[in-house]
Design a binder for this molecule. Structure first.
Ligand code: SER
Length: 589
């Protein structure tokens, strides 16, 4: 059976049973607490909680979809026979239309009749966290002639919540045998009976502080990984042998016939995933979804360099993916637009790490300290070093050793910073600016506001975990120190500069309000961890409201009244102060 037939059968099966077919949502979810779409249920969460009405939106309480999904949790496993980053998920959903009996009966019928597969065994929830053992599902399975029903705990057979809170509930899973006779999970059927006001980690902890609440109307959410299902249907021993991935592998075979199969699979998975991310509007960046895309692309490029794979890898493989999935999903037709993003990233990456790779090739044996120094000076991530360097050079190097080295450097740098500033009196926090007369004061005030914009821009470009470690302003320049583990590239500096100048051009208002210290921190105002603040503080923010501000910091002032007064912002220099701490010098013209 081809994947095309299975797609059709699945949708038709549930359409015939009064489900509305809903298109896959984007890989970029609307819930900001989730980086990428990880399951079919995500676009439907609001129908379980009662925030949206399924009848109004779908003319039915039941839906069916094939959803583009992405999970980063398996990124390190890629290269084996079954793990993928990007995958498709077949699922049927009900928001009050039906519950356990129909959900299990539908799944049983589809698996055993429409797909002619044999169910090896099923699992049900054994009960905990105030939720009873799922005897009802066991009885339903038994009534269908399935007697091997195994009980499992909250970690395995309880789904959700997906974000910081949400619907969740016990699940029942269907296992079938693969070609080697191993049992693998093909279908997960979730009974969304509860709402948990916290994350999954909090829920499955031994004694969660929060309690499960009953949802008013119980719902159903099911998910079946398409590639694994096809592997079982086809009786093959790898997802890469199903028609969803085989054409990609065949193309790679032509370009690099003698390449190790693991590397071919990494190429197939990562290029396919990148194509889908780019089609949904993700671009390579140093944070969030953009960072995931960057990591996938850079891993492919590094391996391509290491194994000297044909330079046309992207150009050859992307059209294969496009023709396989165009028509099923959106934005896949224009391969040149997708390739442009990939080729630009390739150029950027090669410039950024070219020196680092050359440096790396000089080592006969690499210690954790060397690896850290390559990371610090050239931006070579540990995984890449391991991937690219020959086994003789990096064979014994472990991630733990590397991390130890990392921590050591962080501690040294922290001590250094405290000594330098004596742990108090950072000039910006007291509002004491070095200025001798009115003209000088005017200049330092412009630089002061520019420094706020700079911090905000740095965090936008390099990631939210960047922390201020010090700053100093004279009439000539602002100097800003912050935590960041490696050199900031020229491209990133340019991006930071552009973001600041963009905020200046918008000519935003600069305001302050006085707030109790805790409330200021709650509002997300930035502050210096080592500084001492009074009980009541001023929060300076740019933009019309503090909640939607471009920048907000606990600060004594003074500042310009509109960002337009700053003039043109120019970064002069970037360098290391100590390991893990970078310094930017900038000025305004
Ligand atoms: N949300 C569940 C899963 O992803 C069922 O669809 O497994």
């Amino acid at each position: 059976m081809s994947s095309k037939e299975v797609r059709k059968k699945f949708l038709k099966f549930f359409e015939d049973r009064k489900h509305t077919v809903v298109d896959s949502s984007s890989l970029i979810p609307t819930d900001p607490s989730v980086l990428l779409t990880t399951a079919g249920v995500q676009q439907f969460i609001k129908y379980y909680t009662g925030e949206a009405d399924p009848i109004k939106d779908f003319k039915s309480e039941n839906t069916v979809s094939i959803q583009k999904s992405f999970r980063t949790s398996d990124i390190e496993e890629i290269g084996d026979t079954s793990h993928l980053t990007f995958f498709e998920m077949l699922g049927n959903f009900s928001f009050g239309g039906y519950f356990k009996k129909e959900a299990i009966e539908y799944a049983y019928e589809f698996i055993t009749k429409d797909l002619s597969l044999e169910i090896s065994y099923v699992t049900v929830f054994k009960g905990s966290h105030g939720v009873q053992k799922d005897e009802e599902s066991r009885r339903i399975w038994n009534s269908l002639g399935i007697s091997d029903v195994r009980e499992e705990g909250i970690e395995d057979v309880f789904w959700g919540p997906t974000g910081n809170s949400g619907p969740c509930g016990p699940t029942t899973e269907i296992y079938c045998k693969d070609s080697s006779g191993e049992d693998i999970e093909v279908w997960n059927i979730v009974f969304n009976e509860y709402f948990f006001p916290g994350s999954r980690e909090e829920l499955i902890s031994e004694e969660p502080a929060k309690k499960l609440e009953k949802l008013e109307i119980p719902g159903v959410d099911t998910g079946m990984g398409f590639e694994r299902l096809m592997m079982v249907i086809d009786g093959v021993d790898s997802v890469y042998k199903t028609d969803l991935l085989l054409p990609i592998i065949e193309k790679i075979d032509l370009l690099a016939p003698s390449l190790d199969i693991r590397i071919k699979r990494i190429f197939a998975d990562h290029i396919r995933a990148s194509v889908f991310l780019i089609a949904d509007g993700v671009r390579p960046l140093n944070k969030e979804a953009g960072y995931i895309l960057r990591r996938l692309l850079r891993r492919v490029i590094a391996l391509q360099i290491k194994y000297d794979v044909h330079p046309d890898l992207f150009t050859e493989v992307v059209p294969v993916i496009s023709s396989k999935f165009d028509g099923v999903y959106k934005n896949l037709k224009d391969t040149s637009a997708i390739l442009l993003v990939m080729e630009e990233e390739k150029k950027r990456f090669k410039t950024a790490i070219g020196r680092g790779l050359r440096e790396l090739s000089k080592y006969k044996k690499l210690t954790a300290k060397d690896a850290f120094s390559l990371y610090e000076s050239y931006g070579l991530p540990f995984e890449l070093i391991k991937e690219v360097a020959p086994v003789e050079v990096v064979g014994n190097l472990t991630k733990e050793d590397f991390e130890k080295e990392f921590k050591k450097h962080q501690e040294i740098s922290r001590a250094g910073v405290e000594k330098k500033f004596g742990g108090h009196g950072l000039i910006l926090d007291t509002g004491e600016l070095k200025a001798g007369d009115k003209n000088e004061l005017e200049k330092v005030v412009r630089l002061h506001t520019a420094t706020h914009l700079l911090q905000s821009a740095i965090r936008r470009v390099l990631g939210e975990d960047v922390r201020q470690r010090g700053s100093d302003i004279t009439t000539e320049r602002t100097r800003f120190d912050f935590t960041f583990p490696r050199k900031v590239t020229d491209e990133e500096l340019k991006e930071i500069e552009d973001v600041v100048n963009g905020a200046i051009r918008k000519d935003m208002a600069v305001h302050f309000i006085e707030l109790p210290l805790d409330e200021a921190k709650d509002k997300g105002a930035l502050y210096v961890e080592s500084a001492k603040y009074p009980a009541k503080v001023k929060v300076y923010y740019t933009g019309d409201s503090i909640d939607a501000a471009f920048s907000k910091e606990i600060c004594g002032g003074p500042h310009v009244s509109r960002t337009g007064a700053i003039g043109k912002f120019v970064i002069k220099k970037e360098k290391a102060v100590s390991a893990g701490i970078r310094r930017i010098r900038a000025t305004v013209l």
